[in-house]
Design a protein around this ligand. Structure first.
Ligand code: ZN
Ligand code: ZN
Length: 352
């Protein structure tokens, strides 16, 4: 294929992706076009691929499908009119949600809830991808940091840290984290960095349990019938200060609510895709005496800079999460591998 063509991983049907050639996108006002140097697949991509119906409004004209991916690192290839903070040739990362910077939610600092035109980024699993509202949604990468070091600032690192921030984890707190997939592992590392005392990871897959210990978990408990009882025993019957739900299923949200002490916080970052709704227990224990917060990835230029500063100066190392490296052209088989969750798969780096 020619150097001046784009190559994109596209959803062409339920659970099916294909590599599709097309033109390199042109930047509209406020946009940048990024030449991708590293991208990856996210759990959200599987929700989009397997569960969401194809929305024709989101499909570019030349594609018969949905361009996939919202986590990538690259080099600014072209800039649109009005972009002031970024220049051609700069290494950049972009947040998984873009934000307009002007709507009520953006002005309140809730950039991932933007109602002024921002939203989930699509098409990062490409040789070239478009970032709208680039000044707000992308940030230059410090020279000292590698692509792999900063890749997770685009989404899972920010989400995992967000779970801990919104749970208001403090020094010496007891924290339970349900699920040690990529986001749950980021939450475990974040709870450790935030000064939690006892960090209990709930995870049954041996490789993920081992990674949880490596990133800061004090204990790992396999999920089962007696998980709630085990966690209550580990906290002398009182329950944890903060429980983080990072799976996105009803049963773990339920357990998270039951292991939190009165006055404690359930902090959920799971994506409950494919479910019509979720419920909270109202019996004993109930959610009434507990705080319950739900968070989608905190995003934006300033957030990205803070996350990269943490990697650069805070000894915050998530590179062990990259368990596989493949080429962008191999994205369809990478999806198979990622979906199967075998061979210790956590994150797959895709290199164009
Ligand atoms: Zn993601
Ligand atoms: Zn906005």
């Amino acid at each position: 294929m020619s150097e001046d063509a784009n190559l994109t991983c596209v959803k062409v049907g339920q659970e099916v992706v294909q590599m599709v050639e097309g033109p390199i996108p042109e930047p509209a006002d406020g946009e940048i076009i990024v030449r991708t140097t590293l991208t990856t697949i996210c759990g959200s991509d599987l929700h989009i691929l397997d569960e969401s119906p194809l929305n024709p409004a989101m499909v570019p004209d030349h594609m018969r499908g949905l361009p996939m991916g919202h986590e990538a690192v690259g080099v600014v290839h072209r800039i649109g009119a009005g972009v002031r903070r970024l220049a051609v040739g700069q290494r950049v990362i972009s947040s998984c949600f873009t934000a307009c910077g002007w709507c009520t939610q953006c002005l309140e600092g809730q950039l991932s809830a933007c109602t002024g035109g921002g939203g989930l980024l699509f098409g990062c699993q490409s040789r070239y991808y478009r970032v709208p509202y680039a000044d707000i949604s992308a940030a230059p990468i410090p020279d000292e940091l590698s692509d792999e070091q900063v890749l997770f600032a685009t989404d899972i690192m920010s989400t995992g840290l967000g779970a801990v921030e919104r749970g208001r984890v403090g020094f010496g707190d007891t924290v339970a984290i349900f699920g040690q997939g990529p986001v749950g592992l980021c939450a475990t590392a974040a709870a450790r960095a935030r000064g939690a005392g006892l960090i209990i990871a709930v995870e049954g897959v041996p490789e993920r349990a081992a990674m949880a210990r490596r990133l800061g978990a004090s204990r790992v408990v396999a999920p089962g019938e007696d998980t709630v009882q085990t966690l209550l025993q580990l906290t002398d019957g009182g329950g944890v200060d903060v429980a983080i739900e990072a799976v996105g299923v009803q049963v773990t949200l339920d357990m998270a609510t039951r292991v939190v002490r009165r006055g404690g916080t359930v902090s959920s970052v799971g994506i409950y895709g494919g479910l019509a709704g979720i419920t909270l227990p109202s019996g004993v224990p109930s959610f009434y005496h507990r705080n319950v917060v739900f968070t989608l990835c905190p995003v934006g230029h300033d957030r990205l800079k803070r996350l990269m500063r943490l990697v650069q100066h805070g000894a915050f190392d998530l590179m062990p999460l990259i368990t596989h490296r493949m080429t962008l052209a191999e994205a369809p088989s990478a999806y198979e591998l990622f979906r199967a969750r075998e061979s210790g798969t956590l994150k797959i780096g895709l290199i164009p």
